[in-house]
Design a binder for this molecule. Structure first.
Ligand code: IVH
Length: 683
């Protein structure tokens, strides 16, 4: 049959062109968001476009392309990474460690090129990102593979993980996209993401990463791309590999082209007319270093003109036309004089290294965390050891390793304690956990920390109730648990040193105000193990009240985003403990009424809970959960009278039966989607 332009388009043709349009829009907004830092639509609008594309692709699976924005997180976990050979070796750089070595580099080049000393060479100056190098391959504009540097000749195939980097285009945009573009760049984590990952690790009782680079490497070398997708990696591209179908005559032109194709390039790249300007850039970056949102460990100076680069050529491991100008290290050697024990809010006893004070880039360091006894054993840390200490990413300094070659034999290991150093209670080591903890109910530092945590800014936000006052409350015997905070009177405060009428009134007002704090913050403030801010918020959203949370079953708990078996168990243990219930009841009796924050005020599902059961084919459970949450509802794991809807896929079993028994509305997947598409009349 002959097709004519006048023929009406088939549904598939309409879908195909809409899908293509959606992809272009999503890519464009991604660029505006991640590269230009100038989004023009809201997250919700972006999500709506994304969902529309997902829906189209579900309806017409033949329309799915590997470079579709919906396909960033692909396949199942790998058993191991496959080797991937680099067509051109990935070289390393020679180092210069001070300004005079940078000047030597310039001299050397002029000699080889036969240039007079007074003639300036044009350089490109770049921050030296402290991450890990990767090679990306775009064939016909589509990202087809990515590999780590490896030994420079062969790396590991990390394509699936690299695809999860949101600022990286899965296909290039703009004009004159080359047939083949191999491009090298550095994958890194922002300091903010690094700190976030470490907070989560600590909440889960895992040892945190020592520095952002290790965290980036650990995230990129995850065998499960879904884990990588949760680690917000970034990348800046900085060098060409093999390229077919495009030519650049200098590094600046290369950057201009790849930026136009949508690849991320560090905005701090600058041209220098001679080596003095390049040295000035190095000085400027050294000053800026502390205020950048990511770690850099120096600058890189490259000869700008590619014909000069070719003329200069390469040595076996590094090009002659570039040099890495390293900043002074943030590591230092010192002696570990003692291991102190610090008791935290949950009773965990953390070993802390007391160091012979040493200056690391302008800061005197005298303590470093050792995390736990497994870490001490793993690193074989002993009192008296000479250790390498690192300050990185704004966190507490960490002991990187022991310099065993400096041992005299007098060093001695410190076994885990048997009694709490603060209250003398016996110490327990819980199975499957690296931490040792004091189980003493009246262990002073535990009470102190739990009150400080309760009152802290991200928890109940009781302004003014900091270390100084908590210390006095404890020593006057006015509080033994957080509930006592709500029984304090002005007279109690007046017993403090240097306390005036005004301040006492202010403190009381702050305490009073916190009675109406958001439920998510209240849950976080309780200090339930493994329940961080994010999880607490998710719990508040899903259960809507403290009473519902208290009654939640393991099954209901694990159905919440972010809540795995360990977290669920810890929540159950917390609420099964009568002492905890008593403390909460005392707070409620004193007038504490946590308020419920709704993600979408007036969303059509506000206050409604959904149970998804059976085999779902139109969406995944996570997607469904997000859809419901976006509309102000919550997804739970089991059916009760209070359940708003049960969405049943194929082969639904006992939950469906129960829903019918209880008279809960049952929807098919299609009906659920239709419900979502109805105009929102909830306001
Ligand atoms: S260019 C042949 N530019 O530093 C030139 N490297 O010490 C290849 N690095 O392996 C490298 N930022 O991992 C270049 N702006 C930058 C860089 C950079 C960080 C890393 C890269 C390289 C290492 C060499």
């Amino acid at each position: 049959m002959q097709l004519s332009l006048l023929d009406p388009a088939t549904p598939e043709e309409i879908a195909r062109s809409r899908a293509e349009e959606l992809r272009r829009l999503l890519e464009q907004h991604n660029r505006l968001y991640y590269l230009q830092d100038a989004p023009v639509i809201s997250d919700a609008e972006y999500d709506a476009l994304f969902r529309e594309l997902q829906q189209l692709e579900r309806q017409f699976p033949e329309l799915v392309t590997s470079s579709s924005p919906t396909q960033r997180v692909g396949g199942a976990p790998l058993a191991k990474f496959a080797p991937l050979a680099h067509r051109l070796p990935m070289l390393s750089l020679e180092n210069a460690v001070n300004e005079s070595e940078i000047a030597d580099f310039d001299q050397r080049l002029k000699k080889i090129l036969g240039l007079p000393a007074e003639q300036g060479i044009t350089y490109l100056c770049e921050p030296k990102m402290d991450g890990l190098a990767v090679e990306l391959i775009y064939s016909e504009g589509v990202l087809t593979s990515a590999a780590t540097r490896g030994d420079g000749l062969t790396g590991e195939d990390v394509t699936e993980n690299v695809r999860t980097i949101r600022s990286l285009p899965l296909r290039l945009t703009g004009s004159n996209v080359p047939r083949l573009l191999e491009v090298r760049g550095e994958v890194f984590l922002s300091l903010e993401s690094f700190q976030q990952i470490n907070r989560e690790k600590e909440e889960n009782g895992e040892p945190p990463f020592v520095n952002p680079r290790n965290a980036a490497a650990g995230s990129l070398r995850q065998l499960d791309p879904r884990i990588t997708a949760r680690r917000p990696l970034s990348i800046f591209c900085y060098a060409p590999g093999l390229v077919e179908g495009a030519e650049f005559d200098c590094q600046q032109a290369f950057f201009d082209s790849i930026s136009a194709w949508g690849l991320p390039v560090n905005p701090l790249v600058r041209r220098a007319n001679n080596i003095d300007e390049a040295i000035e850039y190095y000085r400027q970056m050294l000053l800026q270093r502390e205020s950048l949102p990511y770690e850099i460990d120096g600058t890189v100076i490259k000869v700008d003109a590619f014909h000069l680069q070719r003329e200069l050529g390469e040595k076996s491991r590094s090009p002659r036309w570039a040099v890495a100008c390293k900043f002074p290290p943030r590591q230092a050697e010192t002696v570990l004089e003692d291991i102190l024990l610090s008791v935290g809010r949950t009773g965990v006893i953390t070993p802390v290294a007391q160091l012979r004070p040493v200056e690391i880039s302008g800061v005197t360091v005298s303590r470093a965390t050792l995390h736990n006894w497994d870490e001490i054993a793993l690193k074989d840390i002993r009192i008296g050891d000479t250790v390498l200490v690192e300050r990185a990413g704004d966190v507490i300094p960490a002991v990187v390793r022991v310099l065993t070659e400096k041992r005299s034999g007098a060093e001695r290991p410190l076994p885990p304690p048997e009694r709490c150093p603060e209250c003398g209670s016996a110490i327990v080591r819980i199975a499957d956990e690296v931490a040792v903890r004091c189980m003493g109910l009246s262990c002073p530092p535990q009470i102190r920390q739990s009150i400080l945590h309760f009152a802290s800014r991200n928890a109940m936000d009781i302004e003014g109730l900091g270390e100084k006052f908590v210390e006095q409350l404890l020593s006057l015997g006015l509080v033994t648990s957080v509930a006592d905070i709500y029984r304090l009177s002005k007279d109690d405060f007046m017993r403090f040193e240097r306390m005036g009428d005004k301040l006492a009134a202010k403190l009381l007002a702050a305490i009073d105000k916190s009675k109406q704090q958001e439920l998510g913050r209240f849950i976080f403030a309780l200090g339930i193990r493994h329940v961080g801010e994010r999880t607490a918020k998710a719990l508040a959203q899903a259960f809507g009240s403290l009473e519902h949370l208290e009654q939640a079953t393991m099954e209901e708990l694990v159905s919440i985003r972010d809540v795995g078996a360990t977290v669920a168990e810890s929540i159950r243990t917390f609420f099964d403990n009568q002492d905890n219930i008593a403390v909460i009841r005392r707070m409620l009796a004193a007038g504490v009424t946590p308020t419920v924050e709704q993600k979408k005020v007036g969303g059509r599902f506000t206050g409604k809970s959904f149970v998804f059961t059976g085999t779902l084919t139109r969406f995944t459970r996570e997607e469904a959960q997000r859809l419901v949450e976006n509309e102000g509802g919550g997804a739970v794991g089991s059916v009760s009278k209070k359940t708003g809807y049960v969405v049943a896929g194929a082969d639904a079993g006992s939950k469906l039966t129960k829903a019918r028994e209880l008279g809960v509305t049952v929807l098919s997947e299609e009906e659920f989607l239709e419900l979502l598409e109805q105009p929102d009349t909830s306001g």
